[in-house]
Design a protein around this ligand. Structure first.
Ligand code: ADP
Ligand code: MG
Length: 460
């Protein structure tokens, strides 16, 4: 079948399923190939694929055959490019296995829980959550809400970039509440799932049941709320659900990728409702947090697989060099251990460089010494002539040491090269400067923050 044939089939499908269904469910799917009488299509998410498969597979099959394409089966898979796109990669709550997903979509009982939520990840507990500076506030708020004693923070709104632990914290709250209050009706789902359920309720003209289900819960958790920003009727319904629950003193926990005020297409009433609760953000990870996560994960992996030997400095190297989100850090470690298990060699820094070259490359900083000097001067509001000059005044000396530290950690330049760039100093001065900043970072949070902000500015 050619794309052109698929184009013609689409026209027929539009007539058959109606404009709304077409634009919601058929339009986004992309024809991939026809093999062995199986037509394969790409869909944006697993959830979407499952939905289309349950609701439109037959009509698609029928129309393909009427158009003269001999097909017995239609299959949907997630488009690889889309699968790693931030918003979808973030969709941890969508279970990967079809059977349980099917049960949920049909509103059947899943496990002991008759709520239409998503499956909780058994690993996303407080025990497995490493607390560091970037997430300590979010963690503390989550802990408090998980105690479930009184509803002080309502709603709790967690926000931050991809892979920083929002979903993990929400699941952890749910696990804790479940243990503490087995009778409580706790509903966790993604905003995407909320929307699909709502759209289906509309189509089946059964919004009463929908409202009843959502308004009967004790705790409602909606992950990745940015997904419904701009989707007017879903937002409307969400707003009403939200208000009904808040009025009854039910706990609501929501996550998003930005602060409510920064979500442009979010209904302003929702945004201001969200602002009324506790809004906390998860900051980008720092070295300590990444190292903490790596140590925790490595410990677990080594317990499962005691033959693996881990050389000194490997985790530190990874924490230093992989500076993106925790999901990437975790993925890197998993791959590394799988490799080590296969080749039965000790895990060394060289092995990390071989095995993770793509990840290291993608986060490899192409920062130049000139950029570092320029940015550091701007940040501390001093002149470039000062930083390369000979003054030892603290106001100049500290930024100079910071520039040395950044040069050493963000580039692969040697001490002598850095020394030359910074006004032809002795290389031991650079060595000393780097150590000094490292020491200070451990005891002086201002210095640690300066270093982190500068790093982010330079890597941006
Ligand atoms: P988000 O929802 O913010 O995109 P996730 O909660 O899905 O991020 O986290 C991505 C991955 O990183 C998950 O596997 C999660 O367990 C892990 N992770 C995130 N933060 C932490 C942390 N502080 N400690 C341990 N693991 C973490
Ligand atoms: Mg998430």
């Amino acid at each position: 079948m050619t794309n052109e044939t698929w184009g013609r089939v689409r026209v027929e499908l539009r007539k058959a399923v109606g404009e709304n269904n077409f634009s919601a469910w058929i339009d986004p799917i992309v024809f991939d190939c026809l093999e062995d009488r199986t037509a394969r299509f790409y869909v944006p998410t697993n959830f979407f694929g499952s939905w289309v498969s349950q609701n439109f597979r037959d009509v698609i099959l029928r129309h393909l055959n009427s158009a003269g394409v001999g097909v017995d089966r239609v299959e949907f898979s997630v488009c690889p490019a889309d699968a790693v796109r931030a918003d979808y990669a973030n969709a941890a709550p969508v279970p990967a296995t079809r059977p349980s997903l099917r049960a949920q979509s049909l509103g059947l009982k899943t496990g002991t829980d008759d709520l239409p939520g998503a499956t909780l990840n058994p690993g996303y507990t407080f025990e497995n959550f490493i607390v560091g500076k970037p997430n300590e506030l979010a963690h503390a708020a989550a802990r408090r809400v998980a105690e479930g004693r009184d509803v002080t923070f309502n709603p709790l709104f967690l926000y931050g970039g991809v892979g920083l632990g929002k979903t993990h914290l929400m699941h952890a709250i749910a696990w804790d509440l479940r243990t503490r209050f087995p009778e409580a009706r706790i509903l966790y789902l993604s905003a995407e799932q909320f929307m699909y359920r709502f759209v289906r309720a509309l189509r089946e003209q059964d919004t009463m049941t929908f409202k009843q289900i959502f308004r009967s819960v004790d705790v409602l958790m909606v992950d990745d709320v940015q997904f419904i920003a701009g989707k007017t009727s879903t937002q409307e319904e969400f707003f009403h659900t939200f208000n009904a629950l808040v009025e009854e003193g039910k706990q609501i926990i929501i996550s998003g990728d930005r602060a409510p005020v920064d979500m442009e297409e979010l209904d302003t009433r929702i945004a201001s409702r969200l602002q009324c609760g506790l809004v906390v953000d998860l900051h980008p990870t720092d070295y300590e947090l990444r190292l903490g996560v790596l140590q925790h994960k490595a410990e677990q992996a080594l317990a499962r697989n005691p033959q693996i030997k881990l050389a000194e400095g490997v985790l530190e190297f990874m924490a230093q060099r992989i500076s993106t989100n925790i999901r990437v850090v975790e993925g890197a470690l998993t791959r590394l251990f799988a490799f080590a298990d296969l080749v039965r060699r000790e895990v060394t820094i060289e092995m990390v460089q071989d095995c993770l070259s793509d990840i290291l490359r993608s986060t490899d900083r192409k920062v130049t010494l000139d950029q570092i000097i320029k940015t550091t001067c701007e940040y501390y509001n001093i002149r470039q002539a000062d930083i390369t000059g000979s003054s030892r005044a603290r106001a100049v000396a500290r930024p100079r040491q910071m520039a040395m530290f950044l040069s050493k950690t963000l580039t692969s330049r040697s001490y002598p090269e850095i020394a030359r760039k910074l006004g032809g100093r002795d290389h031991t001065t650079v060595l000393y400067g780097v150590r000094k900043i490292e020491e200070l970072m451990a005891v002086d949070s201002q210095i640690a923050e300066d270093a982190e902000i500068l790093r982010r500015m330079l890597e941006a």
